[in-house]
Design a protein around this ligand. Structure first.
Ligand code: UDX
Length: 434
């Protein structure tokens, strides 16, 4: 099939490349000329394992086309996917849909024949209806609007595309399900569940899934607080609970607090949708609050570990919100590092994806090019992100100070083994963690 992806951000670029790899001809369109030029010279604007190779492979055989020419891309495509960003509005839970509507208007301008428009961006309940209304106003009755939310995780996106748990299609007109089924047939044949529902239903499934996963993480994080006080190991609780098939073991790992481009934004977006439909989603509201409060708890704990923060040298291993991505959006480090520096600490940090502009203007916060340089002379090492290269470090050989502590926010190390080396070790939700 011929497809057009509007927006070459995370969703559009990964999905477009993977669709091309399934044998489709895919036009990836973006207004940002710089991005398109980069892509045409073989450079991916995002960091995602395996993506560069897949882009090169499909670009070289002409199945992947990067262009600014929306009109041409639309005229050659049967299906048009909207993959633009849907951030929260500033200081609000509401979702900013301006990029979505702008894209819909541009599609309308360029469309003559019958087309299917599919929203892949995460959009609140009723957005498909609003796009339809807009198209009617523009006298474009020949464009059908369908919802097909994406569930890709950063760092695992290509695997998630190829082996999805489910493919969700929302349409108020059943005849479109077959067109989408044809597109996804290679994945359905491998066992993906093809799930069809109303357009509003598909829109809500995306928000409900992300809010539920965020709730699961927040639940285990709060229990980790209890475990620290009651001298219980949170990992036993996660295993014990997770082996109940009704609960499931995934997304039950206690950590610093959830972050990233989706959970923080989508939990807020769901609360805002609840308000629009006069429904109090009190659980989701408490999840947002608990997750925010959690970020402050870490600074308090560090103060306790170090006695005072003034003049103390602290190393951060990893600053992105999760491994295998360079994404800093809503990463816990964005709250922790400024708070620690403000109280007089000196921070060095290392991340496999390089220095971050987020910390450029913070006095006493410096990027170092290696783990060794970062930890050289510090009082405390904070393991912030679970990159593989942080999982088996010989800390006593790396740190030159006689006495130092480790605060492992990801529970990467066995605490008995590390304590035997005379290192003061603190982790999350494990006995004697606090
Ligand atoms: C998420 C959803 O999983 C994906 O389906 C959706 O389309 C986009 O949002 P992503 O944000 O890439 O994906 O990362 P994910 O792996 O879900 O992790 C999100 C956050 O939760 C991270 O901060 C991670 O560290 C945290 N997390 C995850 C935990 O703290 N504990 C866990 O057990 C799992």
């Amino acid at each position: 099939m011929n497809l057009c992806m509007i927006g070459t951000g995370y969703v559009g670029l990964v999905s477009g490349t993977c669709f091309a790899d399934l044998g489709n001809r895919v036009f990836c369109v973006d207004k940002d000329k710089n991005k398109i030029d980069k892509l045409n010279s073989g450079i991916s604007p995002i960091y995602e394992p395996g993506l560069n190779e897949l882009i090169k492979k499909n670009y070289s055989v002409g199945r992947l086309i990067f262009t600014n020419d929306l009109k041409k891309a639309i005229s050659k495509s049967e299906l048009i996917f909207i993959c633009v960003g849907t951030p929260n509005k500033k200081n609000s839970n509401d979702v900013d849909l301006s990029f979505v509507f702008k894209a819909a208007k541009e599609i309308a301008k360029c469309t003559k024949n019958k087309k299917i428009l599919i929203t892949k961006s995460t959009v609140p309940v009723g957005t498909g209806d609003s796009i339809e209304k807009l198209l009617k106003k523009l006298r474009k009755k020949n464009i059908e609007v369908i919802s097909n939310p994406e569930f890709l995780r950063e760092g695992e996106a290509i695997r998630d595309f190829r082996f999805p748990d489910r493919i969700v299609i929302g349409s108020n007109d059943k005849k479109h399900f077959n067109t989408l089924k044809k597109l996804y047939q290679p994945l359905i044949s491998k066992g993906a569940n093809f799930f069809t529902t109303s357009r509003r239903g598909a829109e809500l499934i995306k928000y409900a899934s992300n809010a539920f996963l965020a709730t699961k993480i927040t639940f285990i994080n709060e229990l980790a607080n209890l475990c620290e006080k009651a001298n219980i190991n949170i990992e036993d609780i996660s295993l014990g609970m997770g082996s109940d098939s009704r609960i499931g073991s995934r997304f039950l790992r206690a950590g610093p607090a959830y972050g990233g481009s989706c959970f923080p934004k989508d939990t807020k977006g769901l609360v805002s949708t609840g308000e629009k439909f006069k429904t109090n989603l009190s659980i989701v509201k408490s999840v947002i609050k608990s997750n925010e409060n959690r970020k402050k708890l870490h600074t308090e704990k560090i103060k306790k570990i170090l006695g005072s923060l003034k003049g103390k040298r602290i190393a951060f291993l990893g600053v992105t919100f999760k491994p295998n991505t360079d994404d800093m959006r809503d990463s816990v480090s964005l709250k922790m590092i400024p708070a620690l520096c403000k109280q007089g600490s000196k921070i060095t940090y290392y991340d496999p994806t390089g220095s971050k502009k987020n910390f450029k203007n913070i006095k006493n916060c410096k990027f170092k090019k290696s783990i060794r340089e970062t930890c050289y002379n510090v009082d405390l090492i904070i393991i912030h992100t679970e990159w593989d290269e942080f999982k088996s470090l010989e800390f006593s050989k790396i740190v030159k100070k006689k006495s130092f502590s480790i605060f492992d926010l990801r529970n990467l190390y066995n605490q008995n083994q590390i304590k035997n080396k005379n290192i003061k070790y603190y982790s999350v939700g494990r006995p004697n963690s606090n």
